[in-house]
Design a protein around this ligand. Structure first.
Ligand code: PEP
Length: 245
């Protein structure tokens, strides 16, 4: 299992440090792989807290460019330099807020690979796409377009995040999660065998109260958690559920 917390655009540096410290203090022995994705401006402060712990951290986005005239962007080399070991790419909020295309996301996955960072590639359908029966086709086309055809140093984890379930309190049913995750596993085996065994995370309103159900679905290798990763007790509750799954 792999449990990842996406802190999004929340908190002050003091709150980031406190949350990271509470997770370091509360992480049980035998916990699954645990990663946190603080706002970029808090990465250095968080790294100071977690550096001697099993928790690792990543960025919420990266540039596909190596360096240069890209105001406001962060390179994978900058992330790695500050202690990040991974990066989220293609989150639906980046696709919506910043118009990120699948092509741009492929560039980011490749950049993460080149720096040896683990990429957490987010895929998922909108409500309209699900209601019109296109959920699986949409996810397949995102996988095909955003995943390189060869892989080098960095790992790639897939996060299936139905857009309509993110931050809404609505969670996909266990049957829908099982069907989508099984489809993703089969697609990887057929089209990207080098990463066919990777973690497939579910994301979308996961909380301590529903985590056991989510982890009981087929091919679920963990969770990408937004809102519930902002409180240490909630996030640690999800980690506890993963340990029981
Ligand atoms: C996310 O943003 O990746 C996410 C899953 O958010 P939430 O858990 O708040 O739905």
């Amino acid at each position: 299992m792999f449990i990842a917390g996406n802190w999004k655009m929340n908190g002050t540096v003091a709150q980031a440090r406190d949350l990271a410290q509470a997770l370091v203090n509360g992480l049980p022995d035998g916990a699954p792989a645990t990663a946190i994705f603080p706002p970029a401006i808090h990465l250095a402060a968080v790294h100071d807290i977690i550096k001697d712990s099993p928790i690792f951290m990543g960025g919420q986005d990266c540039s596909s460019a190596e360096n240069g005239a890209h105001t406001g962007d962060l390179s994978v080399a900058m992330l790695a330099d500050i202690g990040a070991r991974g990066v989220i790419v293609g989150h639906s909020e980046r696709r919506t807020d910043h118009g990120e295309s699948n092509e741009a996301i492929l560039g980011k996955v490749k950049a993460a690979q080149s720096a040896g960072l683990g990429a957490v590639l987010c895929v998922g359908e909108t409500l309209d796409e699900r209601q019109s029966g296109r959920a699986e086709t949409v996810v397949q086309s995102q996988l095909a377009a955003c995943l390189p055809t060869t892989f080098d140093s960095g790992s790639v984890v897939i996060a299936y995040e139905p857009v309509w379930a993110i931050g809404t309190g609505m969670v996909a049913t266990v049957q829908d999660i099982s069907a989508m995750h099984s489809m993703i596993r089969q697609w990887l085996q057929a089209h990207r065998p080098e990463i066919a065994d990777t973690f497939i995370l579910y994301g979308g309103s996961v909380k301590a109260a529903n985590a056991a159900d989510v982890f009981g679905a087929d091919e679920v290798g963990g969770a990408l958690v937004g809102g519930a990763s902002l409180k240490s007790d909630d996030f640690l509750g999800i980690i506890a559920a993963a340990m029981k799954a």
